[in-house]
Structures are given as structure tokens and as C-alpha cells.
Design a protein around this ligand. Structure first.
Ligand SMILES: O=C(O)CCC(=O)C(=O)O
Length: 272
């Protein structure tokens, strides 16, 4: 305990995870290093770019530009299991559970390809929970943005407005310019933040593209951006850890009968 007067309560850190949690709670974000290996990063990058290119050819570039979907790959884990490495990490899952104080599931997984000299849609300031301009005493959604490349000042590292998860309104242009910070991070790190924190992709002034893969883990009462159980057609539903994260356990029942059966199963069958 630091010397203090006035009966001042103080956070106490039990371990490394608590120090990340303290930063997320206070300033809205933290950087966790060394989450992904170099081999995984290489494979993730190669696959993300090739899946994206295939889809861009299929949809057509003009169409993607029109709907603000250029250089955005949604739910890559549906296309290749390598992307599961980004959502099923023991330390990160423990962090999520501890900070959210409840079960969670994956709301989205999106790869953002930040190319030199182009303005990505994610370059606009936003919260990952758009339209939700209020403050909560506990986070009900946490974003984990995986740095697949080094995130540098030059190549469009993410820009954040610290503490803005605790503001109902976006600060003035002048305030943002003065206080925004750039999340410089090594490839393999995760930028972990309260999804209400205001942020945007930086401008890429380098020669190379910069790849990030963002995730939102939310209280299961929130619906997913894309229904992963539907998109995966049941794949991984027999894996106890993954089925929870992917949302299989939290699908909306289609009828009163289904609701009752689900509750019966939970009480008498799943416990066995
Ligand atoms: O790519 C980035 O740096 C930011 C991504 C982002 O803003 C998002 O996915 O919501």
C-alpha cells in the first residue's frame, strides 16, 4: 500500500492479469504481448489475405466499396481453423472471464487490411458497440485486436482515446488531437480494450499493408454479428470449450417448447 490519508481504498494486484485488468478498467485498454507465435502469424496472414482476395473477386471490388466492406474479412474462422488460435487462448480467456465477471461468447471476428495510401472504413472514430453512447460500471463487451504485423506509428497502428469508454459523448476535435494515443505493439500482441472505447485505424504511410484481426467477446445475452453456429453448420459443437465461445450454448430458442427443453436439459441432463 502507498502512503495515503483519508481512508483511500486502493486496487491490489494479485498477478499479471490483474495489471492488465486495472489498465482496461481505468484507461480503457492494455497491450498483452507474446500471445501468438511467429509461425502462427505467418500462416494467419497468408490465409487471411488469400481468403479475402477470393471473396473480393467473388463479390467485386465496386460492390465492397459501396457497402464499406473493402479490405474487411468477416469471420475468417468459418473458412479455416487456424483463426481459432485467436479466440481460444488460456490466458486471454481467463482475463476475459475475470474482467467481465460472467460467461462470454464471441460476437465477431474481423480481419482489417490497412493498406498504404487508402482510407479504410475503420479509419473513422467509433466504438465497437456503435450507437451505444452510455457508460457501464462493468464491461459487458471486450475487444481483442490481434496485431498480425508490427503496429507502428508509420503503418497505421490503432489510435485510441484513453478513458473514452467512460464518456457518453465524443470529446472535441481539439481534445482528441491532444490526448489520443497510438497503440504501438509488436506482432503477436493483443490490444485488449473495453468495446465502448473510442478508436480508429491509423493512417498507413508505409510501403506495406498492416493486418489486424479484431474480436468482440460479449455477454451472451447480446446477439452475434454473424451467427457462428449457423455459419459453421455445427462444426466444433462437440468441443466443450469452443462450443461456449462460439455461441452454440446461447442460441435463441425458436419456441416455448424449445425454451423449456433447454432449461430441463440444463437442470437434469447437462449436469450428469
Ligand atoms: O485496424 C485497426 O487498427 C482498428 C480496427 C477497428 O477499429 C475495429 O475493428 O473496430
Amino acid at each position: 500500500m502507498e502512503k495515503a490519508y483519508g481512508n483511500l481504498p486502493q486496487f491490489e494486484l494479485k498477478d499479471e492479469l490483474d495489471s492488465y485488468i486495472e489498465e482496461i478498467k481505468i484507461q480503457g485498454f492494455t497491450v498483452v504481448e507474446d500471445v501468438l507465435s511467429l509461425d502462427d502469424l505467418r500462416e494467419i496472414k497468408e490465409k487471411a489475405l488469400s481468403i479475402y482476395q477470393k471473396l473480393e473477386n467473388e463479390y467485386g471490388k465496386e460492390y465492397l466499396i459501396e457497402i464499406n466492406e473493402l479490405d474487411m474479412l468477416r469471420a475468417p474462422l468459418v473458412h479455416d481453423p487456424i483463426f481459432l488460435k485467436l479466440i481460444n487462448h488460456k490466458k486471454i480467456n481467463e482475463l476475459l472471464l475475470r474482467i467481465m465477471e460472467q460467461n462470454f461468447s464471441l460476437h465477431l471476428q474481423n480481419a482489417i487490411i490497412n493498406r498504404p495510401s487508402t482510407i479504410h472504413h475503420q479509419r473513422s472514430w467509433h466504438r465497437d458497440l456503435p450507437y451505444q453512447n452510455y457508460v457501464t460500471s462493468k464491461p459487458f463487451s471486450i475487444s481483442t485486436l490481434a496485431c498480425i504485423d508490427d503496429f507502428t506509428k508509420d503503418n497505421g497502428a490503432t489510435e485510441l482515446i484513453p478513458f473514452s469508454h467512460n464518456l457518453e459523448k465524443m470529446p472535441s476535435v481539439e481534445y482528441c488531437e491532444k490526448h489520443m494515443t497510438t497503440a504501438i505493439a509488436k506482432a503477436g500482441s493483443l490490444i485488449v480494450f473495453n468495446s465502448l472505447l473510442i478508436h480508429r485505424a491509423g493512417q498507413n504511410n508505409s510501403q506495406n499493408l498492416r493486418l489486424g484481426i479484431n474480436h468482440m467477446f460479449t455477454a451472451p445475452i447480446l446477439k452475434q454479428q454473424i451467427s457462428l453456429p449457423e455459419a459453421l453448420s455445427g462444426v466444433y459443437s462437440d468441443d466443450q470449450e469452443l462450443r461456449k465461445i462460439l455461441g452454440y450454448d446461447y442460441q435463441v430458442p425458436c419456441s416455448d417448447r424449445e425454451w423449456k427443453e433447454k432449461h430441463y436439459r440444463r437442470k437434469y441432463v447437462d449436469k450428469i
